[in-house]
Ligand binder design. Sequence first.
Ligand code: ADP
Length: 275
Amino acid sequence: MACNGDCSNCNSKEKAAEDCRLKSVMQNIKHKIVVMSGKGGVGKSTVAVNLAVSLALAGNSVGLLDVDIHGPSVPQMLKLGNTGVMMDGDMILPQEIGSLKVVSLGFMFDDPDGAIIWRGPMKIGVIKQFLTDVAWGELDYLVIDSPPGTGDEPLTICQLLDGEKGAVIVTTPQLVAANDVAKSLNFCNQLEFPVLGLVENMSGFVCPDCGKVTEIFSAGAGENLAERFGVKLLAKIPIDPVICQGGDDGTPFVQRFAKSVPGKIFEEMVSKLFA
Ligand code: ADP
């Protein structure tokens, strides 16, 4: 009987070709860093974008992959126009800003206000494709902005990454966030996915006039989690209007406000990452 391309033989060939493509993409990337959090809105994309830009400013070739399906903020945070997904044959082409290459799921959607209503298998398929089919070339670092939580999407990312890899986990100082972020740390432990460290973001507000620190949320979640799980606390980033402004303007604060307090903290954090 003629095959309609849907038999188990064809499927296994297709799967083998996909695995082979993934392997060759992974082989060309020295370090893969997944920025994740148990909670949305804690500054995960802010950390991912500024981490990628910092690494690129330090002279590395860097890729930034934004697969935060329901909130792909990277195009806004880097002022990248919606060009659609550019292809070269079967491969997705990143947009380039100097030595930084960027691919975002946000490139796929015309309407930035549109809601993405996809069921799980569709989301997983798209994430797989964005990990397998991007023409990054050789990279020192690939920074991945992962969807929040500990569901199928971060699971797919962690399971598909190969070689040198690790997670940077972002929390805010209050217990409500820390409880969810503890789940991310347990998630990494269960998957035996290395944790590079924790970032406590929105960690107090420093008054620009008198320098007094006000703990707007609460304090100490980063230290507590780091101690409890035996991981590094990479940085405590304060609430600062330059960070928000950088995100809204599409000019990352590590570039435009490199000499600001958060700019310096971030620089130090990057140096601790693989120390
Ligand atoms: P997530 O990716 O976790 O949903 P975002 O990185 O999109 O969070 O951050 C949410 C909002 O908070 C953005 O507008 C961002 O610019 C802002 N933001 C993040 N961190 C800080 C900070 N430390 N100080 C001020 N604004 C911040």
